[in-house]
Design a protein around this ligand. Structure first.
Ligand code: TZD
Ligand code: CA
Length: 529
């Protein structure tokens, strides 16, 4: 007999899922019993951190990640992090232990009542197998579902008395199944798209996170160069799809309805790839699009295509479509756009350091293939302006805006990418939501450089309050947090920065270290808009 336990580990192994991000409880112990030696368990101290680390790991590796959470309370703690994984199309296979089958109905302690409903609507699929021998097949379904476009998280609740059951006959057929998509545009669709682009007078490209996720950055560069078109990054950007010092690069679009239509005015053709149309944020109503503009949207996510308020869409494989398009497009005779000018460095105020000068130091000292995990909300534009990012997979930001992603994701990205340095840029507010990731970074000896921009306040919310015409003061300041003491408490060496020179020195040392470092930088507050 092959047990469910043996079949599941075999399936995980054959699917490349040998790293388990988790936080255990009693329901999960029978699964963790005698874990094979080729598996690695990465412990997170809070489930939001567990999912954040797995999210970073999956996004950076380009492959699904496996998560093991504790039943209802553990899953509940993970929900905020799931909002980010959902919107970044991160393939996560999230398993959770369940009470033994005979006691779920009794609502014994640690029962996950209505387990499959709990993680919705933030998973593509959620299941609790009807019988123990179906656990391996359900896991196989979960893995394929997570990996099919649009990729995303799935959830599997497993009663803890299932593991020693016989897994039955079918499980041996599961390990070598290949499930593929082949979503290319037809020849007619490709010709029509290319004809529209060629005949446009003033086309513009807008690129989203899935261009970077599918490693289609080079194809996007070719298309931009062939069209001599300016390139914007779609609003509320969670990744960097285009080299930021390329002459065609224009920046990140604003995130309001009028902000976008104003910025795109004059373009007769707008090609949006790998992003929703659009991820708006601040409500500034008006025209969605100038009447002289036509919008075409290429996405692998049918829901993104269907819910857009304007434009036409092609739902297809992004990498294949961009490569095919790059091949068929002729070179335009238009002049190439000219590189944009980087804004001047603002004057420093008193002893405090400006975020802009922190970014200039990063740009000067960090390796050019450094990976930035950003969760400093008021300084997003300044970072995009000042830090050059030229390689795929150089930037990660919470895709739903749910804070608590930055610190854990930085650990996960670094675990997946040992040949590049990860620099986490965190606000003093944001850092607290995932702070226990510091402990995992120390234990796993993950050499992330954590930079806390400490302005003592929720800076972005102060800017938003102004934008809304409100005068909010309550709940916006976060004074009195000593991040160096916290970091040292979790085993991470830390320094409070006293000057820009000091920052340069400490950063250079941190970038050579083989273990994590936290640098707390007292900064001024700048306006987020
Ligand atoms: N809670 C969660 C989980 N996600 C959120 N996005 C918020 C609360 C609301 N929020 C924002 O959207 S930005 C922000 C909060 C609290 C302030 C973050 O402050 P910070 O960065 O110190 O990290 P800045 O640069 O001072 O804005
Ligand atoms: Ca702050």
């Amino acid at each position: 007999m092959t047990t469910v336990h043996a079949s599941v580990y075999e399936l995980l192994r054959s699917s490349g899922l040998t790293t388990i991000f988790g936080n255990p409880g009693s329901n999960e112990l029978p699964f963790l019993d005698s874990m094979p030696a080729d598996f690695r368990y990465v412990l997170g101290l809070h489930e939001g951190v567990v999912v954040g680390m797995a999210d970073g790991f999956a996004q950076a590796s380009g492959h699904a990640a496996f998560v093991n959470l504790h039943a209802a309370a553990g899953t509940g703690n993970a929900m905020g992090a799931l909002t980010n994984a959902w919107y970044s199309h991160t393939p996560l296979i999230i398993s959770a232990g369940q009470q033994v089958r005979s006691m779920i109905g009794l609502e014994a302690m640690l029962s996950n009542v209505e387990a499959t409903a709990l993680p919705r609507p933030l998973v593509k699929w959620s299941t609790e197998p009807a019988l123990p021998s179906d656990v391996p097949r359900a896991l196989s379904q979960a893995i394929h579902t997570a990996n099919l476009d649009p990729r995303g998280p799935v959830y599997l609740s497993i009663p803890y008395d299932d593991w020693q059951h016989d897994s039955g006959e079918i499980s041996k057929h599961l390990t070598d199944r290949v499930v593929q998509t082949a979503g290319c545009p037809s020849t007619d669709q490709l010709e029509a798209l290319s004809a529209v682009l060629v005949s446009a007078q003033n086309p513009v490209l807008i690129l989203g996170p899935d261009v970077d996720a599918t490693r289609s950055n080079d194809a996007a560069v070719l298309i931009a160069e062939k069209l001599s078109a300016p390139v914007w990054v779609a609003p509320s950007a969670p990744r960097c799809p285009f080299p930021t010092r390329h002459p065609c690069f224009r920046g990140v679009l604003p995130a309001s309805i009028v902000g976008i239509s104003r910025q795109l005015e004059g373009h007769d053709l707008i090609l949006v790839v790998g992003a929703p149309v659009f991820r708006y944020h601040q409500f500034e109503p008006g025209e969605y699009l100038a009447s002289s503009s036509r919008l075409i949207h290429i996405t692998s996510d049918g829901s993104e295509a269907a819910r857009a308020p304007m434009g036409d869409a092609i739902v297809a494989d992004i990498q294949q479509t961009l490569r095919m398009l790059a091949d068929v497009l002729p070179n335009s005779t238009r002049e190439q756009p000219k590189s944009r000018v980087i804004p001047p460095l603002p004057e420093a105020e008193g002893d405090l350091i400006t975020p802009e000068s922190v970014f200039d130091v990063l740009n000067e000292i960090a390796p050019d293939d450094a990976i930035y995990v950003n969760e400093s909300t008021s300084t997003v534009s300044a970072l995009w302006d000042r830090v050059e990012m030229k390689y795929p997979g150089s930037y990660y930001f919470p895709a739903s805006g749910g804070l608590g992603f930055g610190m854990p994701a930085a650990v996960g990205v670094q675990l997946a990418t040992s040949d590049r340095r990860v620099i986490a840029v965190l606000g003093d507010g944001s850092a607290n939501y995932g702070i226990t990731a510091l402990w995992t970074a120390a234990q796993e000896r993950v050499p992330v450089v954590f930079i806390i921009l400490n302005n003592g306040t929720y800076g972005a919310l102060r800017a938003f309050a102004k934008l809304l015409g409100t005068e909010v003061d309550a709940g916006l300041d976060v004074p009195g947090i000593d991040f160096c003491s916290i970091a040292e408490g979790y085993g991470v060496s830390a320094h409070k920065i006293t000057s820009l020179e000091d920052f340069k020195d400490r950063l250079s040392t941190a970038l050579q270290a083989e273990t994590p470092t936290l640098l707390e930088v007292p900064t001024v507050t700048i306006s987020a808009f």
